[in-house]
Design a protein around this ligand. Structure first.
Ligand SMILES: Nc1ncnc2c1ncn2[C@@H]1O[C@H](COP(=O)(O)OP(=O)(O)O)[C@@H](O)[C@H]1O
Ligand SMILES: [Mg+2]
Length: 456
């Protein structure tokens, strides 16, 4: 008889306990424990979930033969770039993102390209009927008979289909709807999600199939269910963006077969996701010229330089407590920069409301935008516009010093390419030999006051 026991799991990190707890000792979150029944596992499985035919033996490192990993190009350059040059056969890839962000669209689009190039693909959806997938497929122009669809949520059926069709790429839309028959729990529970993922891991290694798993994310931005899922898969990609703005960012947060620095930029249209080859152009599109409080900065996202517009609005406060709002940049960072402006540049900001926004809905974490944010606030306070052909680059320290940043030449050449005429950069990054012959004028500054005097 199979022994059944009740355990409690943290729905955030997958921490397991025999009794309910208010706070998870693993991730310190409150009220995340859920009760689930588990069935005692059969013996003979290794912890990784892979079942071996014969016991493996250790090999000396110099005797290990390297087999060149085979990569399949997806035909979507931005996706290939994030994956590190294409899909690696036999890998397990998790794609996370908010509902409605376009995960199904992106992967169906990828399936269209793959099947058009003769790769057999199996797309399994537990959320949508065949008609619904077909309707989306029509919008995307998918019509190859190499693209097989299945509307199912039983893992055994999926394993059988994979075996019968010999598909090289399998899409699971979404992990929260799939169930393994031997586990009693409902789909989407921690036990079920873990079991399904570990079975998929076995399938991918045994059949040498690349498997994409779609996962929804919680309010906190984690893949719903356990974070442990992230440890089991080879790559984790997050799809993010502003639901209202059309652009989407694909980011790799883990990649066993490539760099995690890469991002892919897409634009959502009625024909599906369009690749954006020139993100700077998209983010600067519609920028108000000659407007106080508008500043252009150059941020490095992954290995690419992207130019963005920062907008600030400073106005007199009607309340005792001034309001500060930051969208797309860290709120505390904005407060810190305002304190630097007050103390080091003698600006009176205490009684003013301040709103800072990154146009286009991108989230910015690159500190090189500090100086740009400070100058945007100063420009709005003085109600004087900056030269619209000027790009501001530099990190700001608490003493009001402008600190050096990385990849300066890449940022300057992006500004040059986008037709900017001048650039304010940190003095410590200034290199006379390299920067003398550029078509763009360079103003090195070492303090925030120097920068402020340059912009009138
Ligand atoms: N007919 C349409 N025209 C334009 N955009 C559409 C259309 N249908 C759906 N979309 C876009 O696709 C998004 C849904 O994408 P989907 O791939 O289903 O998201 P997910 O799988 O991440 O939940 C919608 O939010 C919408 O922006
Ligand atoms: Mg979907």
């Amino acid at each position: 008889m199979v022994k059944e026991k009740t355990v409690f799991f943290c729905s955030e990190c997958g921490f397991e306990a025999s009794k309910w707890m208010g706070q998870c000792p693993g991730c310190k979150k409150w009220n995340t424990f859920v009760e689930e029944k588990t069935v005692a596992r059969k013996t003979g499985t290794v912890s990784s979930g892979i079942q071996y035919k014969e016991r493996p033996r250790p090999t000396a490192i110099n005797k290990v033969e390297i087999t060149e990993e085979v990569r399949i190009k997806t035909g979507i350059c931005e996706l290939d770039r994030v994956l590190g040059g294409g899909i690696v056969k036999g890998s397990l890839i998790l794609v996370g993102g908010d509902p409605g962000i376009g995960k199904s669209t992106l992967l169906l689009q990828m399936c269209r390209n793959l099947s058009d190039n003769g790769t057999a693909v199996l797309y399994v959806s537990g959320e949508e009927s065949l008609t619904q997938i077909k309707m989306r497929g029509e919008r995307l122009g998918a019509k190859s008979d190499k693209l097989l669809l299945q509307s199912d949520n039983d893992l055994d059926n999926i394993a059988a289909s994979l075996e019968n069709t010999g598909a090289e790429v399998l899409i699971i839309d979404s992990i929260q709807t799939m169930a393994a028959a031997e586990v009693d729990n409902a789909p989407g529970t921690v036990t079920q999600v873990r079991e399904v993922t570990s079975r998929l891991l076995q399938m991918s290694k045994r059949m040498n199939t690349a498997i994409f798993i779609i996962g929804h994310v919680t309010k906190e931005g984690m893949v719903a269910g356990p974070r442990t899922l992230e440890h089991m898969v080879d790559s984790v990609l997050y799809f993010e963006g502003d639901g209202n703005a059309g652009f989407r960012l694909l980011r790799a947060v883990k990649n066993r077969f490539g760099s995690t620095n890469e991002i892919g930029v897409f634009n959502m249209t009625d024909k599906g996701l369009e690749e954006v080859n020139n993100p700077s152009k998209m983010f600067l599109n519609g920028r108000p010229l000659n407007a106080p409080g508008s500043v252009v900065v150059c941020s490095i996202e992954g290995t690419r330089a992207i130019m963005l517009e920062i907008q600030a609005l400073v106005c007199n406060s009607n309340f005792n407590m001034a309001r500060r709002t930051a969208v797309g940049v860290d709120y505390n960072r904005v407060n810190l920069l305002m304190a630097v402006l007050e103390k080091r540049a003698g600006m009176d900001l205490a009684g003013s409301d301040c709103y800072v926004n990154i146009a286009g809905g991108l989230k910015l974490s690159d500190p090189s935008a500090d100086l740009g944010i400070a100058l945007a606030i100063a420009s709005s306070l003085r109600n004087r516009a900056l030269d619209e052909g000027c790009c501001i680059i530099g990190e700001l320290g608490l003493a009001g010093e402008v600190r050096g940043i990385r990849n300066i030449m890449q940022r300057i050449s992006e500004a040059e390419k986008m037709g900017f005429s001048s650039c304010i950069i940190p003095a410590s990054n200034y290199d006379k030999d390299k920067m003398m012959n550029l078509n763009i004028k360079i103003y090195p500054v070492s303090t925030v006051n120097e920068a402020l005097s340059l912009i009138r």
